[in-house]
Design a protein around this ligand. Structure first.
Ligand code: ADP
Length: 162
């Protein structure tokens, strides 16, 4: 069975992430979306909230499951006996960071863990959770960026009524 992990912050999930999730779910038998509990970042949504949002947003994709993890990705992947990491690539700016992570994970895992990149669909090339939160915090329209229920949750966090 071909299994892969798609790790990320997903604070919160956007249509850009969902596009990668759908495309990866066609290729792998099982795709685990792993929400990183990063103590160094102050997220808008708690890990529990991000997991719940992802569960709802992917409920129609049968071979996807959601988990959370903290610590080193290589350790988590080893525990799960997974050998493939899925990541998305947007503009060139993603490349350097992603390449560094991929190389480091390969090294740390003694070449047991490889990263597979999905290039963004053009309509989502400039979409990021950070941008979505910034637009929403000023009451802007994010309906083309995230599913409606996610949009409502973001506005609620900022105390904005629309
Ligand atoms: P990070 O894990 O770096 O904190 P995210 O949770 O936002 O960031 O993203 C997880 C992964 O999804 C990263 O590989 C990122 O490049 C990718 N990604 C995010 N937004 C998009 C998008 N609009 N199109 C394609 N890939 C994306």
């Amino acid at each position: 069975m071909k299994a892969a992990i798609y790790p990320g912050s997903f604070d919160p999930v956007t249509y850009g992430h969902l596009d990668i999730i759908k495309r990866a779910s066609y290729i792998f038998d099982e795709l685990t979306i792993s929400v990183l509990n990063n103590v160094k970042k102050t997220p808008l949504f708690s890990v529990e909230e991000r997991v719940k949002i992802l569960e709802e947003a992917t409920k129609d994709i049968p071979n996807v499951k959601i988990e959370s993890f903290s610590g080193l990705l290589v350790d988590y992947a080893r525990q799960k006996d997974a050998h493939v990491i899925v990541r998305g690539l947007r503009a060139i700016t993603d490349f350097e960071y992603e390449l560094q992570n991929a190389q480091t994970n390969r090294l740390l895992s003694k070449e047991e863990l490889d990263t597979m990149f999905f290039t963004t669909s053009l309509e989502y090339a400039y979409l990021s959770s950070t941008t979505v939160k910034e637009i929403a915090s000023f009451g802007g329209d994010i309906s083309s960026c995230v599913p409606d229920f996610v949009g409502r949750m973001i506005y609620e966090k900022y105390g904005i009524r629309r």
